[in-house]
Design a protein around this ligand. Structure first.
Ligand SMILES: *[C@@H]1O[C@H](CO)[C@@H](O)[C@H](O)[C@H]1NC(C)=O
Ligand SMILES: *[C@@H]1O[C@H](CO)[C@@H](O)[C@H](O)[C@H]1NC(C)=O
Ligand SMILES: *[C@@H]1O[C@H](CO)[C@@H](O)[C@H](O)[C@H]1NC(C)=O
Length: 279
């Protein structure tokens, strides 16, 4: 718009102002809608949110007086941060957060949020610098999509029931300063963060790489067990084979001894002698 202003001169200033105010109005309505929908979609067992989030008096900046809402400017309905930690909130991650389109911070920690973190979360909270979903009941994987929230400074997901691997792409979050995922059910390789990222990985199912030491990659483990299995199996078959062969060989030797032609002759001659005696 500044560029447009420069190109067309002061003649279009009024147009530009109209455009800006339209954008503002849209943003404002969108932000009010965002908070209305969040109030509707989350159960508020402590009733803290519901007593303070009153949509009846909609003067400019009225949402900025709501508990947990910080605006860019106190007289403008545009949400900067949403700080709803420890409000007894229940339900799924509120997708309508996407309508708070200027949001830079989202704190929903110490609540009872359940279900998965949406796979397209980066499109819902594109500009957040701080996301805190810690101490909830979230399950399922950590979405790869979070790697597209390129403004993230702090990402806190500890104390949930998250499973699977931590996306390796998180290492590409160039502004990241803090990453916490302790007390989950995560497995696999941790991202190779630069040393100025403060990480917290304690109490997971099985993380490896980084300070945990080299990962035992699954395919080679399988190969090793297959090889060991085949070797053991092969040796067993060989021993059995040798055993069976030896058994038949020895039996043949014994049988041969029994069929000793000399012994037979002697036996027959003995029989003959007996016959003679009997007659
Ligand atoms: C909320 O956001 C969605 C997705 O961006 C959009 O389609 C919808 O029009 C928005 N609603 C309001 C009231 O701004
Ligand atoms: C609406 O809220 C503003 C600011 O809190 C207050 O000054 C005003 O009296 C309220 N209007 C009504 C009709 O309640
Ligand atoms: C992240 O952004 C890139 C580029 O815009 C896109 O191709 C990719 O699909 C996105 N990934 C996710 C998981 O949203």
């Amino acid at each position: 718009m500044v560029l447009r202003n420069r190109i067309f001169g002061s003649y279009t200033i009024v147009n530009v102002l109209v455009l800006i105010s339209c954008g503002m109005t849209y943003g404002t309505e969108s932000d009010i809608f965002c908070l209305k929908m969040i109030k509707e979609s989350l159960q508020d067992s402590d009733n803290i949110l519901y007593s303070s989030w009153n949509f009846h008096n909609s003067t400019e900046g009225f949402i900025c007086r709501f508990d947990g809402v910080e605006c860019w400017h106190p007289d403008e309905n545009r949400v900067l941060n949403l700080k709803l930690s420890n409000k007894g909130l229940k339900g799924q991650f509120p997708r309508d957060i996407q309508n708070c389109s200027s949001l830079t911070g989202l704190d929903l920690s110490f609540n009872k949020l359940s279900g998965i973190i949406p796979g397209d979360i980066s499109t819902l909270i594109q500009y957040v610098t701080s996301l805190d979903l810690s101490s909830n009941e979230l399950s399922g994987p950590i979405p790869e999509s979070l790697a597209n929230c390129t403004y993230l400074n702090d990402l806190k997901l500890d104390q949930n029931q998250l499973t699977g691997q931590i996306p390796a792409q998180f290492a590409l979050l160039s502004r990241l300063k803090m990453f916490t995922v302790s007390n989950n059910l995560l497995t696999g390789q941790v991202p190779s963060f630069s040393s100025n990222v403060s990480v917290s990985y304690a109490n997971n199912r099985g993380l490896c790489g980084g300070s945990f030491g080299v990962c035992q990659t699954k395919p080679s483990k399988t190969n090793t067990s297959v090889i060991v299995g085949a070797a053991v199996g092969g040796v067993t078959v060989a021993i059995l084979g040798v055993g069976v062969a030896l058994f038949f060989y020895l039996r043949r030797v014994v049988v041969k001894k029994e069929e000793d032609p000399e012994g037979n002759k002697w036996a027959r001659s003995l029989k003959g002698t007996k016959a003679i005696k009997a007659s």
